[in-house]
Design a binder for this molecule. Sequence first.
Ligand SMILES: NC(=O)c1ccc[n+]([C@@H]2O[C@H](COP(=O)([O-])OP(=O)(O)OC[C@H]3O[C@@H](n4cnc5c(N)ncnc54)[C@H](OP(=O)(O)O)[C@@H]3O)[C@@H](O)[C@H]2O)c1
Length: 256
Amino acid sequence: MTHLAHLARFDLTGRTALVTGAGRGLGFEIARALAEAGAHVWLNGRDAGRLEGRVEVLAGEGLSAAAAPFDVTDHAAAARWFEMAHSAPDILVNNATLRDRRPTPELSPEDVDRLVAVNATAAYALTRLAVPGMIRSGGGVVLNIASIAGPLAGGGDPGYTLAKGALTALTRSHAVEFAAQGIRVNAIAPGFFATEANEAWVGNATVGDYLATRSPMRRWGRSEEIAAAAVFLCAPGASYVTGHVLTVDGGMSVKM
Ligand SMILES: NC(=O)c1ccc[n+]([C@@H]2O[C@H](COP(=O)([O-])OP(=O)(O)OC[C@H]3O[C@@H](n4cnc5c(N)ncnc54)[C@H](OP(=O)(O)O)[C@@H]3O)[C@@H](O)[C@H]2O)c1
């Protein structure tokens, strides 16, 4: 096999991908990267107008994209979308998130349920909807966007840590359950990324000091730095990789 043949195994031409929470941030960059690799991408989120704007941006770059507006916690709406899409996506990226940084005394069990619903149960439900179509077409890929907050705890952030820990565990469980049917299930655990969601923190001196001492690279991740990791895990080039959590955190989680 020449090196060019290896590169061809990262070509996604002819594949389709549904990326949840793709109207901004890491979800948008992942969708863009999958489209640049040749896939047709459906951008999911709750704001149809924002998604149409993002579809136009990708179309302007010569990429193939369409909007898929629905709330990932509305399981009936998700089921209707899968019925309407006719062919299930070959690639499902569970990226949508809800964030709530309150500590335990302030975070009710109902608040935790809401965090789990968006970050973990929705991934379970969408995977369940996608799997039959993937099996019919001979296989597929699920990519869950977890967090270094799955294995690591910052303290005072129990709900998100619980939800991302659940998503990481689900990644292992689904990887084992569906491997024999040609479906690979992996996760990416991002570290600190300077997305719109973190805008207020990016210029914050305390967070800056924390990163400077805690992170070997001493800086925030840029959204586009998630892209190649997603393409790798979604492409045939990763055909023997399943149940893996690929950490993209500038080395933060391996530093003593
Ligand atoms: N940024 C970081 O530093 C970081 C670190 C670790 C892990 N992560 C993970 O990486 C992923 C992307 O992070 P991000 O910073 O790009 O997040 P973000 O900017 O907050 O984007 C989240 C997206 O999810 C969508 N969304 C929220 N609730 C939804 C629902 N019920 N149904 C459908 N879509 C929904 C939002 O769109 P609408 O509001 O328009 O629906 C939004 O586009 C997340 O899973 C996050 O937990 C991020």
